[in-house]
Design a protein around this ligand. Structure first.
Ligand SMILES: [Zn+2]
Length: 498
């Protein structure tokens, strides 16, 4: 070969090499710098579709480009609980019912949130139930029993995370937990560790990047330290989406962030078989997805959004024997308050009326709050059939007689599930008129949908386990995608070896 040809082919090869390099460049794996893990507690496929049918429009989470099916079982039980499922999604470790941030051998497993923090990212945890409840706790605490609220509260205060928002703390003063590791009031500990503690809406909305670490809750906690059901919320309450948007604002920085948001009351509504409350909280949770998508629009090459459920709850199905092929979600619009508000406020006041607390006096309240009518014209979708009116009257009598809600009688349990007999009967009948029915007051074992958009979203297509959610996110964040243990556990292991 002549030197001129050699030179020519060298130039050609160099050009080809550069071309290949250029072509390969956009393929190079980009790391997810901004990560959203959005968990609808108790949100299975029926909950997502019921909300969509009721709203009459597609939910943001249902049209994310990647859609997968996720199995949810615990290590020791087919039907999982929130603690085991959240631990799986936070760490990649399958574990037993009730364990928070620990494997079945009680070793503390490192969570996505802790790994993100170590990497220099900011971390936020938001929930509509108490912020020390099993799902949020599984991202920052390591305890063998989910009910160790004081220990969880101390873990929160010591986490070094940047933002907690939503519900309150259940046992900061160690009054119910009676933990042996008492270290003073956990709320005071949080303040000592640099948290600004806020529970006033105006103060909350005014927070900006200068706030430092924030622990924010709504002023009104409806019960068990949780935000009110979305349908019961007043204008002065902070919504789940507002907590999420403020989190995004406070966490946004050059090193990136990890934000977990739980829609926790979807689950609570489904335990009580209150379809409307479940739908309304699913729609409120979808507003969080919308907030994440707004952020994604500004950082499409660096953001990963993952939306999933930890398990289905209530055995909700769309279709009921009494309505055959028909559905009529519109009837649910007539329910104006949740079963919880009805029980705690309307029914509690009513019971104080003494002799005036008759069924005749209750009927207009039932129509007012649930839309159900006792004397409707034929064909009215909200008209009660005689067998339905009888069920309501029987439940009313049992409710008024002060019968213990948590009845141990199996037949009573099947009827009312430990809830107020009248409230749960009203939601059952109204839901059935919509064409929705429930099979359980607990979680079920059906898989859930996981949806994703952004960096490595395509990895969330297909069928996989809830532990894979953590491992896929670790990979997206450029972390070692294996289950790891916390320094605390490693220390213990060394001591054990010695
Ligand atoms: Zn759950």
């Amino acid at each position: 070969m002549r030197s001129k040809d050699l030179k020519r082919s060298a130039v050609f090869l160099a050009a080809l090499f550069l071309l290949l390099l250029w072509a390969a460049a956009p393929m190079a794996a980009k790391e997810a710098k901004y990560v959203f893990l959005l968990i609808g507690d108790g949100m299975g496929i029926p909950q997502r579709i019921a909300a969509e049918q009721y709203a009459g429009k597609t939910l943001a989470m249902n049209i994310l480009p990647a859609q997968g099916i996720t199995s949810t079982h615990a290590a020791d039980r087919f039907i999982t609980g929130s603690a085991a499922s959240a631990t799986a999604m936070a760490s990649g470790q399958k574990t037993n019912i009730g364990l928070v941030g620990m494997d079945p051998q009680l070793r503390s497993v490192k969570t996505l949130a802790e790994m993100a923090k170590e990497k220099g990212m900011k971390v936020g945890i938001v929930s509509s139930v108490s912020i020390d409840h099993a799902t949020p706790a599984a991202f920052y605490a390591h305890v063998p029993k989910r009910g160790q609220y004081y220990d969880i509260d101390v873990a929160l205060a010591s986490s070094g995370f940047d933002y907690f928002g939503g519900g309150g703390l259940k046992d900061p003063a160690n009054q119910r937990d009676n933990s042996k590791n008492f270290q003073g009031n956990a709320l005071e500990l949080a303040k000592k560790n640099g948290f600004t503690v806020v529970s006033d809406k105006e103060d909350f909305m005014a927070l900006d990047c200068s706030a430092g670490k924030v622990l924010a809750s709504n002023a009104w906690l409806q019960n068990s330290g949780a935000l009110p059901y979305d349908m019961d919320a007043r204008p002065e309450d902070v919504t789940l989406a507002e907590f999420a948007r403020k989190g995004i604002e406070l966490l946004d920085n050059d090193q990136g962030f990890f934000l977990m948001v739980e829609g926790g009351k979807i689950d609570w509504a489904c335990h009580a078989n209150d379809g409307k409350a479940s739908i309304q909280d699913t729609l409120a949770f979808d507003q969080v997805v919308a907030a994440a998508l707004d952020f994604y629009e500004q950082h499409p090459d660096e953001t990963l959004i993952v939306v999933t459920g930890d398990h289905e709850c209530g055995g909700l199905t769309l279709g009921f024997a009494g309505t055959k092929y028909a559905t009529n979600f519109e009837v649910l619009s007539k329910q104006s308050i949740s079963f919880r508000k009805f029980t705690n406020e309307i029914l509690a006041d009513f019971k104080d009326k003494g002799e005036q607390a008759t069924f005749a006096a209750m009927k207009p309240l039932i129509t007012k709050y649930f839309g159900l009518k006792f004397d409707a014209a034929p064909g009215d979708p909200l008209g009660l059939k005689s067998h339905e009116a009888v069920k309501i009257m029987q439940a009313f009598e049992r409710s008024l007689s002060g019968e213990a809600e948590k009845s141990s009688d199996p037949e009573t349990y099947l009827l009312y599930g430990g809830y107020d007999p009248l409230a749960v009967t009203l939601t059952h009948i109204l839901n059935q008129k919509a064409g929705m029915a429930w099979t359980s007051y607990k979680h079920t074992g059906v898989p859930v949908t996981t949806s994703a958009q952004g960096v490595t979203a395509e990895a969330f297509n297909g069928s996989y386990d809830n532990t894979d959610i953590a491992l896929k996110i670790m990979e997206a964040m450029g972390l070692d995608a294996t289950v790891r243990y916390t320094a605390q556990t490693e220390e213990k292991a060394v001591v054990a070896q010695e």
